[in-house]
Design a protein around this ligand. Sequence first.
Ligand code: ATP
Ligand code: MG
Length: 276
Amino acid sequence: MSNDMQPGCAIAVTSGKGGVGKTNISVNFALALSKLGKRVVLFDGDLALANAHILMGVNPARTVVDALNADLPLIDIAMEGPGGVKLISGGSGLEGMLNVSGPNRHKIIMAFNELARDVDHIVVDTAAGIDDNVIDFVNACNRVIVVVVGEPSAFIDAYACIKVLSQSGRMSHFDIVVNRARDDAHGRDVFKRFKGIVDRFLTANIYHVATIPEDDQINSSISRCEPVVLSYPGSKSARAIEGLAALISSPQATPANEDPEAIFARRSSVLDERRV
Ligand SMILES: Nc1ncnc2c1ncn2[C@@H]1O[C@H](COP(=O)(O)OP(=O)(O)OP(=O)(O)O)[C@@H](O)[C@H]1O
Ligand SMILES: [Mg+2]
């Protein structure tokens, strides 16, 4: 349990669109929080196509599927990853997909409460899309980072994602990370255009929390199976992700949707609420 006996903050990383950088950002953001002295667990919520472990260069002996099958606490199958981050891997392929039923999602979400007692931050990498699996995991977190890139299709999918999440009535604050930007000015421009669309049709509050530049060292880090904040700590992408971690864990952080205690109390009803 944390020193102040408060449950930890849970942060989902989502996007609607696939392939925009969620897993890279989740892994490196978790590591950057750990570098700041936070106790961090990364949950790979992409149950069918789990790949956070590959980016981290580890081979988990057990996955969330083992925890579900044997009714084990999630922390029991967490493995120590690089940089002190604990990883809960998401299974893969058919085995993973078979386990995303409502009752199993409920079990996983309730297990976030056990985890939240032991760590400062739970980072949840989500799958592409806005299916029940993604929405329920995001709704079980008190913060959400939405990753966008400067392409119309990414705007449309991120917009749909924010729309569905804000319709739950529980989420009104969304942290936006612009990924693969040419530079900071381009990042600001992408955010401005995206905000224009959101403000026109939705009542959500969106905040530009980081611009991560297009960076070849991301691809080099993937080839090395060593996340960029560890393999190239001075690179522009690593510095941007470290800035994001510093912001989110600071008193100047953007507003969360709920306090950690409030989401702690509400997790049992996450699945029911969405169906209302
Ligand atoms: N800032 C960046 N600079 C350069 N390349 C990047 C950057 N961010 C992501 N990429 C590239 O995009 C690819 C996809 O990234 P990643 O797997 O993190 O996306 P994802 O959103 O998790 O995808 P999926 O929806 O399939 O889970 C990476 O393999 C990398 O090649
Ligand atoms: Mg991914």
